[in-house]
Design a protein around this ligand. Structure first.
Ligand code: NAP
Ligand code: MG
Length: 494
């Protein structure tokens, strides 16, 4: 069974995709292209222009000109209306975008249709309202060394400038929205580099952005490889800020690249998030724990990949999660009965199965799954590992696949330390009927998001980001606006 492809999708993948610079669709300066594969089959899905440093230069020049020119001349209200319109256009193309996402990334079409695409639209709608609400303060100053002088002081909150945005492949459209929404609403201009594995929805979004009335050069999309296009963007001297989502390893390279002109940085990096089930948890915790790790095939930076269960419920909860893992139907994302698609790429498949081998070699037991599914495409079985030790690679490192390690804990006192025993600090889940206990533990967890009796709940109004090596800064909510603006203090002697 498979959904019928939207005509626009067939046309979109049927022709080589160019890059979007200064409002024009253009080839790479080098003339090169690369292939984006369909992860369900390993076959080529579409050809895409391969941007490199020269294309990034062209795009940054366009973004600078748009920042100094037409974009800066729009009123906040006009800017907000344009951003709102992007959200509307996304909603007019939900099925098309969801199909494109499913083909390029592998995720089930129905999931992209219900979650990724509407969330992307909602992000633009939420951000649109902020365009008219970015405010400074007036401040009554004292200046002790100028007795008797009177001043009028105020702050201006201004757009940071040209922003380079580098995004991953796990939620390609949604990550583009998280990045573009606040940039546009604050009046910045953008050069966006989608992940090489999943460039298609960002390119389709650029068409919708142009249709919404965003002036030429405000949003430029340069697909290409991280080592060339991405690195050139991170190091570019005329880029004022880089917003990056991806691995902690590459995040550290971005920090080094940014040192040249000390551009501002926000980093949304990896995680190894604890999901903690107390003995008084509702039975829904079992399904919740499965969803926490298996949603999006475990390819979530906040995946609840370390499951901690209190002793008396350990067997019941872990067996329950394993039963769910065994029952998940794997298949092509375009099959409406599919619950889990393939991993995004051959590279991720090799990486995740490598972790499974290492876990087994270290003595872990696979209660469910443990290897490849089928013999075509990049499918990995949903896996529950037990008999792990805290020093194992599968317990310490981000796997970024459908693999959870389960451990027992005894008390509230010990669990905070165990949960925090990681270099990451992105998310955490707590399952209990005792809400005081939940809030007490939430305070002790060193992570940017804590979910109580739920998991993977995202909203445009909630700030999202990491403690420790999970990143710098926050996305979404009004917090993100601080990361796309500079504050200027203006003082007048009266
Ligand atoms: P990645 O290398 O960090 O990729 C993220 C983005 O950075 C992509 O657009 C990538 O381009 C780009 N990039 C790569 N090297 C770069 C460089 N030197 N300078 C500038 N940009 C660069 O992630 P990945 O290799 O796709 O996945 C590897 C692991 O990263 C995963 O297994 C997972 O652990 C983690 N990850 C985390 C997240 C998250 O949301 N926190 C998302 C994705 C991956 P290319 O597409 O060309 O590589
Ligand atoms: Mg692809």
């Amino acid at each position: 069974m498979t959904v019928t492809l939207d005509r626009n999708v067939e046309a979109f993948i049927g022709t080589p995709r160019q890059m979007f610079i200064n409002g024009q669709w253009v080839d790479a300066a080098s003339g090169k292209t690369f292939e984006t594969p369909n992860p369900a089959t390993g076959e080529t899905l579409a050809r895409v222009a391969e941007g490199d440093a020269e294309d990034v230069n062209r795009a940054v020049r366009a973004a600078r000109a748009a920042f100094d020119g037409p974009w800066g001349r729009l009123t906040p209200s006009q800017r907000g209306q344009v951003v709102w319109k992007i959200g509307d256009l996304i909603l007019e193309h939900v099925d098309e975008l969801a199909q494109l996402e499913s083909l390029d990334n592998g995720k089930p079409f129905l999931v992209a249709q219900a979650a990724d695409v509407p969330l992307a639209a909602d992000l633009f709608h939420y951000m649109a309202g902020w365009a008219t609400k970015i405010e400074g303060n007036t401040i009554d100053i004292s200046v002790p060394y100028m007795p008797g002088a009177n001043f009028h002081s105020y702050t201006l909150r201004e757009p940071i400038g040209v922003v380079g945005q580098i995004i991953p492949w796990n939620f390609p459209l949604l990550m583009a929205a998280w990045k573009l929404g606040p940039a546009l609403t604050t009046g910045c201009t953008v050069v966006l580099k989608p992940a090489e594995q999943t460039p298609l929805t960002a390119l389709r979004l650029a068409e919708l952005i142009a249709e919404a009335g965003v002036p030429d050069g405000v949003v430029n999309v340069v697909p290409g490889y991280g080592k060339t296009a991405g690195a050139a963007l991170a190091a570019h001297d005329d880029v004022d800020k880089v917003a990056f989502t991806g691995s902690t390893e590459v995040g550290k390279l971005i920090v080094q690249a940014a040192a040249g002109n000390l551009k501002k940085l926000t980093l949304e990096l990896g995680g190894k998030s604890p999901n903690i089930v107390f003995d008084d948890a509702d039975d829904g915790a079992i399904e919740g724990a499965a969803n926490a790790i298996f949603f999006n095939h475990g390819q979530c930076c906040v995946a609840g990949s370390r499951l901690f269960v209190q002793e008396s419920r350990y067997d019941e909860v872990v067996d329950g999660v394993a039963e769910i893992a065994k029952s998940i139907k794997l298949g092509s994302g375009l099959d409406p009965t599919t619950q889990m698609g393939p991993l995004v790429s051959d590279e991720q498949f090799t990486r995740v199965t490598g972790f499974l081998e290492s876990g087994k070699a270290d003595g872990a037991t696979a209660l469910a799954g443990g290897g490849r599914f089928g013999d075509r495409g990049y499918f990995v079985e949903p896996t529950v590992l037990t008999n792990t030790r805290p020093d194992m690679k599968v317990v310490r490192e981000e796997i970024f696949g459908p693999v959870v390690v389960a451990e027992k804990f005894t008390s509230l006192d010990e669990i905070a330390a165990e949960a925090n025993d990681t270099t990451y600090g992105l998310g955490a889940g707590i399952w209990t009927k005792d809400i005081s206990k939940a809030h007490a533990l939430a305070k002790k967890i060193r992570a940017g998001t804590v979910w109580i009796n739920c998991y993977n709940v995202f909203d445009a109004s909630l700030p999202f980001g990491g403690y420790k090596q999970s990143g710098w800064g926050r996305e979404m909510g009004h917090e993100v606006l601080n990361n796309y603006t500079e504050v200027k203090a203006v003082t007048t002697l009266l």
